[in-house]
Design a protein around this ligand. Structure first.
Ligand SMILES: [Zn+2]
Length: 214
C-alpha cells in the first residue's frame, strides 16, 4: 500500500449533519416521577417555580442523551456505502461528541478523529458524525465508545484498516475535584493496517495533530 500524503483526504464534519433532539416522554416507562422523587430526597422544594417542570425536562434530556440505544447502525448509514477504487487514507477530524459516563451519569465530551483505508468501499462522509452519535448517546466509557466506533466501521466496509482517536474531558473528574481542570483523556482503537503498520499509524497521528486548513 503506497501512502502519498498529497492524496490523503482530510475532512472536518459539517455542523448540520447531526440529528435534532426529538426525544419524547414515554408514558409506558416514565422517568419524570423518579426525578421528582430524587429532587425531594435531595431536600429540594419541588413546588417552587423553577423546578415545576424540571422532572419532565430531565426526562426529555435523558431520553435524548441515551437515544443511541435505539439507533440502528444500518439505518443511520442508510445505504451510504459506495464502491470506490480509492485506496488512500480517509480521515475525518474533530467530530464533536457529547456522552455520559456510566459511572456517574455526568457528561464527558470532546472530539473523535476517524480514519480508514478503504479496500473497495467507503462510507458517505456525513455518516461518520452520525455513527459517532450512535455510540456517544448512551451511558458510556470512553474506551468502549472508541472501540465500538472502530469496530462498526470495520464491519460495515471491511477496510484495510481503521483508526479512531478520542480526546475527551470528563465532568465527573472536573466537578468532583478528582483531577481538577486537567482531566483530558485520550483513547484510541487501531484495527488492521493501523494496528500492524507503524507508518500508517504515524501518518494518522500526524494528520490528527496537523492544523486544519479548511
Ligand atoms: Zn464518571
Amino acid at each position: 500500500m503506497k501512502s502519498n500524503k498529497a492524496n490523503v483526504k482530510v475532512m472536518t464534519p459539517k455542523a448540520d449533519a447531526r440529528m435534532a433532539p426529538d426525544a419524547a416522554i414515554s408514558p409506558a416507562t416514565p422517568i419524570a416521577p423518579l426525578v421528582k422523587q430524587m429532587l425531594e430526597n435531595l431536600g429540594e422544594d419541588i413546588g417552587r417555580d423553577g423546578l415545576l417542570r424540571t422532572p419532565e425536562r430531565v426526562e426529555r434530556a435523558l431520553r435524548f442523551l441515551t437515544s443511541g440505544y435505539a439507533m440502528d447502525v444500518k439505518q443511520v448509514v442508510n445505504g451510504a456505502l459506495f464502491e470506490v477504487k480509492y485506496d488512500e487514507m480517509v480521515i475525518m477530524k474533530d467530530i464533536e461528541f457529547f456522552s455520559m459516563c456510566e459511572h456517574h451519569m455526568l457528561p464527558f465530551f470532546g472530539k473523535v478523529h476517524v480514519a480508514y483505508i478503504p479496500r473497495d468501499r467507503v462510507i458517505g462522509l456525513s455518516k461518520l458524525p452520525r455513527l459517532v452519535d450512535v455510540f456517544a448517546r448512551r451511558l458510556q466509557i470512553q474506551e468502549r465508545m472508541t472501540q465500538q466506533i472502530a469496530q462498526t466501521i470495520q464491519e460495515l466496509i471491511d477496510p484495510v484498516g481503521v483508526g479512531v482517536i478520542c480526546e475527551a474531558r470528563h465532568f465527573c473528574m472536573m466537578m468532583r475535584g478528582v483531577e481538577k481542570q486537567h482531566s483530558g483523556a485520550v483513547t484510541s482503537a487501531m484495527l488492521g493496517a493501523f494496528r500492524n503498520r507503524k507508518e500508517t499509524r504515524d501518518e494518522f497521528l500526524a494528520l490528527v495533530r496537523a492544523p486544519n486548513h479548511i
